[in-house]
Design a protein around this ligand. Sequence first.
Ligand code: FE2
Length: 184
Amino acid sequence: MTDKPSYLGLLNAIAVAESAAEDYFGAWAAVTPSPEVRQVLQTVALREGEHGKAFAKRICELGYETRPKDDPGAADRLAIAASTSISDREKFEKLGIGQQVQGDAPDVFDPMFGDKNIDIQTGALLGRYIAEERDSGRLLRSCYEQCAAADAGGNGQRGESNGDLAGRVAHIEDLLQQVLARLG
Ligand SMILES: [Fe+2]
């Protein structure tokens, strides 16, 4: 067997994280009341699952096995994703998904090609993975913005009805003043 590839740890981390992400995106897709949100979540869940398998396959082809890693937050994330009492917008916010990244925040994918020893087949897989992750990020950001806008629209409607109520109260006050003026 050849020397252990220097990028095996990276491949393992991706395989484990992507498989875990498939679980919670899938659980969320199963309970969302919105067909549009479900479409996005199912697309992302399938990509995550395929990434998990593709990287586990590559690790196997290189002569090694995927090693599970302890993830203390996994149960909490799954519980949030599978909840039927938390709204989609709140799930995005609680899970830290779909949020705009600060301009100067470090990009998690940029350093992945820093290892100059990556073989051609692994490099091709990694490139496709990064492009799909970036596309999933765009899909999720757009989906979150639509959920947030829908929630804000709901508040706006409540604002309008408050406005209607204020108008009716003002009208009643006018009528009352007219009655009082006649009585006076
Ligand atoms: Fe991912």
